[in-house]
Design a protein around this ligand. Structure first.
Ligand SMILES: *Cc1c(COP(=O)(O)O)cnc(C)c1O
Length: 360
């Protein structure tokens, strides 16, 4: 199988080797050392400040989105939220569930937000901002500089879901004054699903300790206190955390976050340029492309979902289908996980073969 979806993605050999091992008991100094190393490497790769902390949550990315919202915001906040696709919409739903006052910014489909759009909210008393840096459902990368500048000049607490942009697109928490950054194990970390991570700035840590969310499992105070000694309050996905450790060290040894971003960006660039050169009947859906994913729409009336099914059933290749309204018009090709240029050649050859067969 060749997997070009955007999570879970293909894992490298070292990560898979750990997956085959027995899961060890975790209340040990050895496991604590693994966790403290994980925290240090994630902070480095996120460009977090010295006193930042990382919470490792057992739960998919959405668990950390929910934890972030309820641990740093209250009903006294006024939050701006970008709803440019299904992940943005998830933040909106969370704000609704927890009755946190908010205003939704809805960008045009496939587009980012402009400086003028944001300027409308200058000086209006907003206290928080929520954005999915790469809105993975559409494949739109928002302009984080623009958002960061807006938040800086308005003193707004910025929370970024970087689940599909961490290790893919340049990002520096400290420089951008981002207070909370979220990511997950099954995207560019290329590990099995099960762990999501929340990086908290010093200011965010203060908010967490001052806040009293009505939750036990998602209360980050517990994660922070236990994390000081490299532990978690409850049994975590121990195996996945060990895989994350191996993967983070692999990235470090290969030149760090910049090299990983360049590698993923190179694959995205290669695939996009080959699509054009081969004159395949696709249009790019996004006007602001992230490195993690390319969203494509067939220009010849063929169904995107049929293309997904044919690739899966007849070529053993998985691209990422879209759901709902976009089912027949959009599919996505990911650039994260253990993929190489030659894998894209395999995918492109399959698409060329489908064209010859009249299926594309
Ligand atoms: C994958 C992803 C999530 C998390 O989804 P889960 O299925 O809960 O892991 C959230 N936000 C973005 C931008 C994502 O790409």
């Amino acid at each position: 199988m060749l997997n070009f979806t955007i999570g879970p993605v293909m894992s490298g050999e070292k990560v898979r080797e750990i997956g085959a091992e027995q899961v060890p008991y975790f209340r040990t100094p050895e496991f604590s050392a693994v966790m403290l190393e994980n925290e240090a490497l994630v902070k480095r790769f996120a460009g977090a400040e010295e006193n930042a902390r990382v919470c490792f949550m057992t739960g998919s990315g959405t668990a950390s989105m929910e934890a972030a919202v309820i641990n740093v915001f209250t009903e006294k906040d006024r939050v701006l939220v970008i709803d440019g696709g299904s992940f943005g919409h998830r933040f909106v739903e969370l704000l609704e569930i927890y009755e946190i006052p908010h205003t939704v910014i809805k960008p045009e489909f496939g587009k980012g937000v402009s400086g003028e759009q944001l300027a409308e909210y200058d000086g209006k008393g907003y206290t928080g901002f929520l954005v999915n840096l790469d809105e993975t459902s559409v494949g739109v990368l928002y302009d984080i500089r623009l958002i960061s500048d807006f938040c800086k000049r308005n003193g707004i607490f910025l929370v970024v879901d970087s689940i599909s942009s961490f290790l893919c697109d340049p990002f520096n928490m400290k420089e951008l004054d981002v207070q909370v950054m979220i990511t997950g194990s099954q995207k560019a970390l290329a590990c099995p699903p099960g762990i999501s991570l929340i990086v908290l700035s010093e200011k965010a840590v203060e908010r967490v300790y001052a806040n009293k969310p009505k939750t036990m499992y998602l209360d980050l105070k517990l994660a922070l206190v236990n994390g000081e000694r490299g532990q978690t309050p409850f049994t975590p996905a121990v195996g996945t955390l060990r895989q994350i450790n191996v993967r983070l060290k692999e990235i470090e040894a290969a030149g760090g976050v910049e090299s990983e971003i360049a590698r993923i960006g190179g694959l995205a660039e290669y695939f996009r340029s080959r699509i054009k050169e081969l004159d395949l009947p696709f249009r790019l859906v996004s006007a602001s492309l992230p490195n993690a994913v390319t969203s494509l729409s067939p220009t010849n009336g063929k169904s995107a979902n049929d293309i997904f099914i044919t690739l899966k059933d007849e070529y053993n290749i998985w691209v990422c289908p879209n759901g709902g309204e976009l089912k027949d018009t959009v599919f996505r090709v990911g650039h994260i996980g253990a993929l190489e240029k030659s894998d894209y050649d395999t995918l492109l050859n399959a698409l060329l073969d489908m064209r010859t067969r009249g299926l594309l």
